[in-house]
Design a protein around this ligand. Structure first.
Ligand code: PLP
Length: 434
């Protein structure tokens, strides 16, 4: 399969280049030349398949021409070592728990698949691969965990100083070994811009053998479509789910669109955001206006210039009308989010993280005008990752802390602080990467 740039359909590369280069030189994003669909055979039997079997079928549709079957199977099986169960709060109000992986957020799916696919694509090479990643909270931890101790790789994580939770920060900064954390004096958008810059300066990217682990990387999106299909089959037959996606960079929602393209029956998508509402505003007005992000309690969604927007637009042939017919946008304030956390707990005895709470609010609003519909709200992280907010709303000690998170509390943070300008980052790279 060939891949092209969203900015230039005639710029075409193979899988290895699309994954390892991450970003076309013209600053677009890579898209597969043909969007695969799964045949009638798959859709007549998918309800009986396991999570791994679904993952393998989807991965084959995208990468089967380029990666041998046995390798693809082991990449999928190595990725999906934990489940994504659906929990029903009340009839039609479902939650898809995506936080059962090693770093307790959905980012584990994409990061684990990407690490394994990259290892496959670079097997037998002796150059060290340097993985650059900007994080608003959870990506960095998932990528660090997925690449930790993988031979021949080094991971550089950029995160906005003071804008990630204490436990998130420990996940980025306490692993050591081949993982390096840079604390940037700026916002997530500044971190993301630095990463983009490093790729656009071709000589830097080539010399350092850089690759990106952000959701601009297609290999993170494909595995995220696995759980859309896996969750839909957990509902009653012939129910067309409405997927509610708490969104920041819109990688997760884009993965849902890929699942629909593969043939999954989907009722609708809800793009749920905090006050960083660039996409809901676009869906409302038809005008796309990226702007600086503002800090909220759902910090992993504090994105003012969502990197996957161009991919979403491309999937709808750049038509606002067409996007609007499949996706509705809704945004909620921190105050509403806090109230929702208390409400879900008091009504359903269930604990949602601030990001999932934003999704639940969107689902609630949808149900008010669409009685009888079935929503699946993606629970993007485990509430224990956000102890400050959860303790404030539910009382200290209410949320049980999973063992793999609890052990981080005693680990030491190791990070280098850098200003947010390109020159400083460039100098740091030159001094620290071969
Ligand atoms: C990354 C993240 C999001 C946003 O996902 P996108 O794919 O960037 O839209 C939402 N919630 C949590 C907990 C996250 O870590």
């Amino acid at each position: 399969m060939k891949y092209h740039s969203t900015n230039n359909p005639s710029h075409q590369v193979d899988l290895k280049e699309a994954i390892l280069r991450s970003l076309p030189p013209d600053n677009g994003l890579y898209m597969p030349n043909t969007l695969p669909s799964l045949g009638a055979d798959f859709w007549s039997s998918y309800r009986g398949l396991s999570f791994q079997e679904i993952g393998f079928a989807v991965a084959t549709a995208f990468f089967g021409e380029d990666v041998p079957e046995e390798n693809l199977r082991s990449i999928v099986e190595g990725t999906l070592t934990f489940d994504a169960p659906v929990v029903t709060l009340s009839p039609g109000d479902h939650i898809l728990e995506l936080f059962h992986g090693p770093t307790l957020a959905f980012k584990d799916f994409g990061a684990r698949f990407m690490a394994r696919l990259m290892a496959h694509l670079t097997r037998g090479e002796d150059r060290q691969l340097t993985v650059l990643v900007a994080t608003s909270g959870d990506t960095g931890g998932a990528v660090a965990s997925a690449f930790h101790n993988v031979p021949g790789t080094r991971v550089i994580i950029l995160y906005p100083k003071g804008k990630v939770s204490g436990l998130q920060e420990k996940q980025l900064t306490a692993l050591g070994g081949n993982i390096t954390a840079l604390e940037i004096e700026g916002t997530f958008d500044d971190c993301q811009a630095l990463v983009k810059n490093a790729f656009l300066e071709r000589d830097v990217a080539e010399r350092m053998n850089l690759t990106s682990a952000n959701s601009i990387n297609l290999s993170r999106l494909v595995p995220q479509s696995f759980y859309y299909i896996h969750s839909a089959r957990q509902l009653a037959e012939n129910v067309k789910p409405v997927f509610v996606v708490p969104s920041g960079n819109f990688g997760n929602l884009t993965a849902g669109l890929l699942a629909k393209q593969l043939g999954l029956p989907v009722g609708h998508f809800l793009a749920a955001t905090n006050s960083n509402d660039v996409v809901p505003a676009y869906l409302e007005t038809g005008t796309y206006t990226p702007r600086p992000s503002v800090a909220t309690i759902s910090n992993a969604m504090d994105v003012g210039s969502p990197s996957n927007f161009v991919r979403m637009a491309a999937l709808f042939g750049n038509s606002w009308e067409s996007m609007k017919s499949s996706i509705s946008g809704m945004s909620f304030s921190d105050e509403q989010t806090r109230t929702a956390i208390r409400e879900v707990k008091s009504i359903h005895g269930y604990e949602v993280c601030p990001h999932t709470a934003v999704g639940w609010l969107a689902a609630k609003q949808w149900h008010a005008t669409h009685p009888g519909s079935a929503t699946i709200t993606l629970a993007t992280a485990h509430p224990a990752k956000f102890p400050d907010v959860m303790d404030a709303e539910l009382g200290a000690g209410t949320v049980e802390i999973p063992e793999r998170l609890a052990i981080l509390a005693d680990k030491e943070k190791v990070a280098t602080t850098l200003p947010k300008d390109w020159q400083s980052f460039r100098d740091w790279l030159a001094g620290n990467i071969g």
